[in-house]
Design a protein around this ligand. Structure first.
Ligand SMILES: *Cc1c(COP(=O)(O)O)cnc(C)c1O
Length: 347
């Protein structure tokens, strides 16, 4: 049979598959996951009944898990959509509310997956640099005519948060869908939970970071019920698998204390890490997340020096308004101590 070249969608042509610099490292401070590990109920459920349910489909839209998430988030279950990671929720929301050719507005620098999700759905992006308060110009974003506005607070990779005045100005000033990515909300920043009643705001959160379940891929969105149903339709059924569903629910019911202790550990170790780096002459950006962005002269070179010491961090070259930087996740103090020692040598 004759073979015929088949072209993917034009908007997909320059999408690259996700490939963060990796390779095993004794200490991995590169991906902002919970470096203390998974919460205790997760291990217990996996051992006791991990395989029990896998010959059957999970619940189509994760009703039980959504109940537990709603309780954790302090809202009603009709205001929750769950997904295969919050990535899936963000992607589904873009698909639900953006037509091909529409503009998605976002800050620069922000979460690196957003331009990819925009492209995957045929949208164009418009980026807006931060001012000295780490907020982009609300007027410029409003003036962009964006169909979707993506905000991230605390922001990856800066760790900085958005003020209520800024978010309210954006929501008041446009008719766009406003996505506020709160992957790091447990560590700081405002919840903005009341703003979802406008019906145009979707908060996205995850069990991958503070809650220690990145490998299970559980994320969720919080919004007004109609908006949530629209995102759910774009997402499709069965996106959260049955193991994730069982473990996610158990952890939210039983491990709130463990989660709170780890959040407190992060805050303590973050303050100590920042003060030690400052003493070494670095000027880390004040962070409300479980990572710190540290400007350096040459991020590739600094990351390579750390890697030789067995420490992986995320090299961030040429960030707008910041220049080169390293993004370092905060974990147990012995890990941070080794990182401080290596950064002293890299100075
Ligand atoms: C890690 C991260 C996510 C992705 O979370 P998942 O729930 O694992 O898909 C989303 N947004 C930001 C800003 C992140 O840093």
């Amino acid at each position: 049979m004759k073979s015929i070249a088949i072209e993917p969608r034009e908007c997909h042509r320059d999408i690259e598959t996700y490939a963060p610099a990796s390779g095993s490292c004794a200490i991995d401070l590169s991906d902002n996951t919970n470096l203390w590990g998974a919460p205790p109920a997760a291990m217990r459920i996996l051992r006791a009944r991990g395989a029990e349910t896998i010959s059957r489909y999970p619940q189509s839209y994760s009703a039980d898990l959504r109940e537990n998430i709603a309780d954790y988030a302090g809202v009603g279950p009709e205001m929750i959509v769950a997904g295969c990671g919050s990535d899936d929720v963000i992607d589904s929301a873009i698909r639900a509310f953006g037509d091909a050719g529409d503009v998605l507005a976002l800050a620069d620098p922000t979460f690196s997956m957003l331009p990819v999700f925009a492209k995957m759905n045929g949208l164009r992006t418009a980026s807006f640099a931060f001012d000295e308060e780490y907020e982009p110009s609300a007027d410029a974003i409003i003036g962009s005519g964006a169909r979707i506005i993506y905000l991230c607070s605390p922001n990856n990779p800066t760790g900085t948060t958005l003020s209520r005045a800024f978010v309210e100005k954006i929501v008041r000033g446009t008719a766009a869908l406003v996505i506020i990515d709160q992957a790091y909300i447990e560590f700081g920043g405002q919840a903005f939970a009341d703003i979802v009643s406008t019906g145009r705001v979707l908060l996205t959160r995850t069990m991958s970071k503070a809650i220690g379940l990145a490998g299970l891929r559980i994320g969720y969105g919080i919004g007004a019920p109609d908006l949530i149903r629209a995102v759910e339709k774009a997402r499709g059924p069965y996106k959260v698998n049955s193991v994730a569903e069982a473990v996610g629910s158990a952890v939210l019911r039983e491990d709130r204390g463990w989660i709170a202790e780890r959040i407190a550990d992060v805050r303590t170790n973050r303050a100590r890490f920042v003060s030690e780096l400052t003493a070494l002459g670095y000027a880390p950006i004040p962070s409300e997340a479980n990572f710190v962005l540290v400007p350096v002269a040459d991020s590739a070179n600094s990351a390579a020096i750390l890697r030789r010491e067995g420490i992986a961090v995320r090299a961030m070259p040429s960030l707008t308004g910041i220049g080169d930087a390293l993004r370092v996740s905060i974990g147990p103090w012995p890990m941070m101590e080794r990182c401080v020692v290596a950064l002293r040598a890299a100075r």
